[in-house]
Design a protein around this ligand. Structure first.
Ligand code: FDA
Length: 313
């Protein structure tokens, strides 16, 4: 988790249009693009190739066609149609059938009904093609409605879908208990957005303590939970709890982001843990990329080095 100040700074930068157009121009250049460490590519074939390599190295994948906060019904429809095409391309490629998406990419910023209709279109195809679909969790104005939409889909019989809970939110323990009772699959993360103290813990120690409490709840009483973190302390706590309770490694998975702590991903897979890598791709990579910078300001040095070498080409 980052310092609150740097998180705010990077969230502000993320809304800067000049920076966005500059980054979009240089960030994904073949070879030297500075965003390539975190983004698998702008096209579906690039993402599929990255997934193939990860699977060949013994990891599982979930592919995320990046996009969020679309402003019109037409854009939400275009994003949905693009996602449907992605599902078909993944199925045809023969890689693992697992995707992640955001409801604001499907129109939740416009209205609930639009995003529900679009989500249902994707879930129907995903069911037919035997995909698992993870609904990512966004910032706190969307928490309740995202969980509500998820639960509606669940009541309607969709079972190939799961949610994400963020340990920085004060409400998440109660949500985890409710998801366990439903039998729903949860991915646990610390949380990537800048949130006010009324809804979220601000101190790293509190976020970590909540992460461990929720991890215990999910491992002990959840359905195939995903513990998604690069934090060795959280991973050690997960391993220790599973060992202590005799919870088999096949009953949960660890998840990490593409390009982050590849050494740890490899070591855990070697130790026999199920490790899934979240593989983001697509042209709308800028907000995701800025969240990754905000998490670890040292990454900015990496970007600057990339830019300097870019100028040299
Ligand atoms: P923490 O931030 O404490 O970092 C621990 C260590 O991990 C650092 O010391 C560093 O070594 C490494 N690390 C972490 N971030 C890094 C970075 N950007 N670059 C380089 N090293 C880094 N969030 C959300 O709000 N909604 C969501 O749906 C998801 N989905 C999601 C899926 C998956 C698979 C993962 C792994 C994460 C998410 N997240 C997310 C992001 C999550 O909330 C969180 O912001 C990041 O995982 C960073 O937190 P850590 O748990 O890694 O711990």
């Amino acid at each position: 988790m980052l310092q609150a100040g740097s998180k705010t700074f990077f969230h502000l930068l993320a809304s800067n249009q000049t920076l966005k157009s500059f980054a979009s121009r240089y960030g994904m250049r073949s070879g030297s693009g500075f965003a390539r460490r975190f983004i698998a590519g702008e096209s579906v074939p690039e993402a599929i190739e990255a997934a193939r390599q990860l699977q060949a190295a013994g990891r599982s994948v979930t592919l995320d066609y990046l996009g969020e906060a679309v402003g019109t019904v037409a854009e939400a429809d275009a994003a949905t149609r693009a996602y449907l095409a992605v599902v078909e391309q993944i199925a045809a490629a023969g890689i693992e059938r697992n995707i992640s998406l955001k409801l604001t990419q499907l129109g939740l910023t416009i209205d609930r009904a639009t995003s529900v209709d679009n989500l249902r279109r994707i879930l129907d195809l995903a069911t037919a093609r035997q995909f698992f679909v993870r609904i990512d969790m966004e910032d706190s104005p969307y928490t309740a409605v995202t969980l509500d939409i998820f639960e509606t889909m669940w009541q309607q019989g969709y079972r190939n879908v799961g949610v994400v809970l963020q340990s920085y939110l004060r409400r998440s323990e109660a949500d985890a208990a409710r998801m366990n009772a439903l039998g729903a699959r949860v991915r646990l993360v610390k949380g990537a957005y800048k949130e006010p103290k009324e809804v979220a813990y601000q101190a790293k120690a509190d976020v970590n303590a909540a992460f461990v409490r929720i991890m215990h709840l999910l491992l002990a009483g959840g359905t195939y939970p995903a513990i998604a973190t690069h934090d060795p302390l959280m991973i050690d706590a997960t391993r220790a709890f599973a060992r202590e309770r005799g919870i088999d490694g096949a009953r949960f998975e660890l998840q990490m982001l593409y390009g982050i702590r590849r050494d740890l991903q490899q070591a855990l897979a070697r130790d026999g843990f199920r490790v899934r890598v979240y593989v983001p791709f697509g042209s709308e990579w800028f907000p995701y990329f800025m969240r990754r910078l905000g998490e670890r300001p040292a990454n900015v040095g990496f970007v600057i080095r990339g830019l300097v070498s870019e100028r040299g080409h």
